[in-house]
Design a protein around this ligand. Structure first.
Ligand code: 1CP
Length: 344
């Protein structure tokens, strides 16, 4: 890792690439027929995550088909609550369901360390992927940020603005802080273990960062992720870390000031001139094609791809979506996008 030669690792080291490296959030998933076939065979989503051979195969599927510059380990942010002993299920077409952690008394009795044997297959999947990865492709591990994972643990599912977690943070701040502390601790170990198993970078997904007012954003998004980055770097000083504070908007400069990551992943609502002036001089940027325009295709897609390149590719930049690829996305639109990025 000290002498990166893979394009995405170069960018994470601050070296702009002539043709930006590209990968897509959720690139392994339901828009791929080969994923759907394997998911059917595996039975449950968690079985897919925790069977190393299957998780490795699903991770590699989009690499074989499209030649992305990075593979993202196939798993889910909710394996961490699962390893903390919470019941987690994924119903087809419904999204995740957890037993809600909706009272301070339930947080007081939550275990503070994960069951290591539950997460061991994840590290084995990392090793298997590394064995079969083309030489220029990097493997990215990941976890959810404490705030985002807490929102699902508290509500028991995704909600439009994660109000249950915001409510608990205001009304039971000590219990809420305890939950965040536990998640900081286990997520730090989880990321370090993925890197030790062979992940060359890690991404911290804070999907729900955008629903918090500034004071809470600082307390529950910036501070916990800063502590995770510090903990991981204490163990692995040159660890490459990307953060995705979705919806951070005008708070992006204070985010990159507070969280010393190698890259920040931005969503499609970011204002380009603002990002160029206040974010890109400090840190590499990743993003931010609207997943809906990838679904729409045609001239609108070509224009949007060109806009992203014009806006951000003059500085260290990783091409990605502004959020996960949608299951209905035609494969031809992904191919068209990659060809356009690489034609230059
Ligand atoms: O039926 C299925 O196959 C389940 C669909 C699915 C998939 C393919 C889920 C359920 N998770 C995943 C994989 C996944 N999740 C990856 C794999 C690697 C890749 O990117 O290819 C990753 C990185 C995640 C991360 C994740 N899970 C996030 C953060 C990023 C994001 O997209 O916002 C979140 C919020 C989750 C929770 C989750 N898991 C699954 C769903 C449908 C959701 C979202 C729930 C919601 O709020 O609606």
């Amino acid at each position: 890792m000290r002498h990166p030669t893979k394009p995405i690792l170069e960018v994470l080291s601050g070296n702009r690439q002539q043709i930006p490296p590209v990968w897509f959030m959720r690139q392994a998933g339901r828009y791929l027929p080969e994923y759907r076939a394997l998911r059917d065979r595996a039975g449950s989503f968690l079985k897919l995550c925790f069977t190393p051979e299957l998780a490795a195969e699903v991770t590699l599927q989009p690499i074989r088909r499209f030649g992305f510059d990075a593979a993202i380990l196939f798993s889910d942010i909710l394996v961490v609550p699962h390893a903390l002993g919470r019941r987690v299920t994924f119903e087809a077409g419904e999204g995740p369901r957890l037993e809600p952690l909706d009272e301070a008394s339930k947080i007081k009795t939550l275990r503070t360390d994960v069951d290591a044997s539950v997460l061991a297959p994840v590290y084995e999947a990392v090793r298997l992927v590394k064995r079969d990865l083309p030489p220029h492709v990097a493997l990215i591990g990941f976890c959810g940020a404490p705030w985002t994972v807490a929102t699902y643990m508290i509500a028991g599912c995704g909600t439009p603005d994660q109000a249950p977690a915001r409510m608990l943070a205001y009304s039971q701040p000590a219990a809420f802080a305890r939950l965040i502390d536990i998640l900081v601790d286990v997520s730090s170990h989880y990321l370090a273990a993925q890197i030790k198993a062979g992940a060359e970078a890690v991404q911290i997904f804070d999907t729900w960062a955008g629903v918090l007012p500034p004071r809470e954003f600082s307390a529950w998004c910036i501070e916990p992720v800063r502590r995770i980055v510090e903990n991981v770097r204490r163990e692995i000083p040159d660890a490459k870390i990307i953060a995705f504070p979705r919806g951070a908007g005008a708070s992006l400069p204070s985010y990159v000031d507070g969280v010393p990551v190698d890259a920040v992943s931005i969503d499609w609502t970011a204002e380009p001139a603002f990002v160029r002036e206040h974010v890109q001089p400090r840190v590499a940027v990743q993003g931010n094609l609207d997943p809906i325009v990838l679904l729409a295709g045609g001239d609108a897609l070509d224009r949007a791809v060109d806009d992203v390149l014009t806006n951000y590719a003059d500085a260290p930049f990783v091409f990605n979506l502004g959020h996960g690829i949608l299951p209905e996305t035609p494969i031809a639109h992904v191919e068209r996008t990659l060809a356009r990025i690489r034609q230059a």
